[in-house]
Design a binder for this molecule. Sequence first.
Ligand code: THU
Length: 149
Amino acid sequence: MGGGAGMSLGEERQAALVEAARAAVRHAYAPYSDYSVGAALLFEDGAVITGCNIENASYGLSLCAETVAVAKALGEGRRGGLVAVAVTGPADRGGGAPITPCGRCRQVLNEIAQLGGTDPLVLCVGSDRIDRVRLSALLPRAFGPANLA
Ligand code: THU
């Protein structure tokens, strides 16, 4: 199994990715919004890289969990191979409904996805359901590195 754009995640790998996102929430630095988010990226080689939101006293400088995870992955030298992403927010806000990556994070995720030619599955993890959607559905007709080639 290669792990390309069309693959479906096994139940076990999905559960592990969701657990990694939930664990990442614990590191969130969100004293201003009190809204802690965790994200976990799964790569073709099985690696999982997590991120949490990191806020700043200058509020507008805050970083989302997905963006932090992508920066960690790129900073470790990864340039593609992104298979899936799990994102989870606080259970006691918004009715515990699944959250989707914000617009900026969709673009940031698209960068590493497009570099490797994958269309990652985004698992939007709520307290009692998980919505599964492809990044291309969240960000259709994306602008990316291919446009600058
Ligand atoms: N946030 C994320 O980390 N990811 C999202 O997909 C949505 C929003 C963060 C940003 C901010 O620190 C807090 O959630 C409230 O907006």
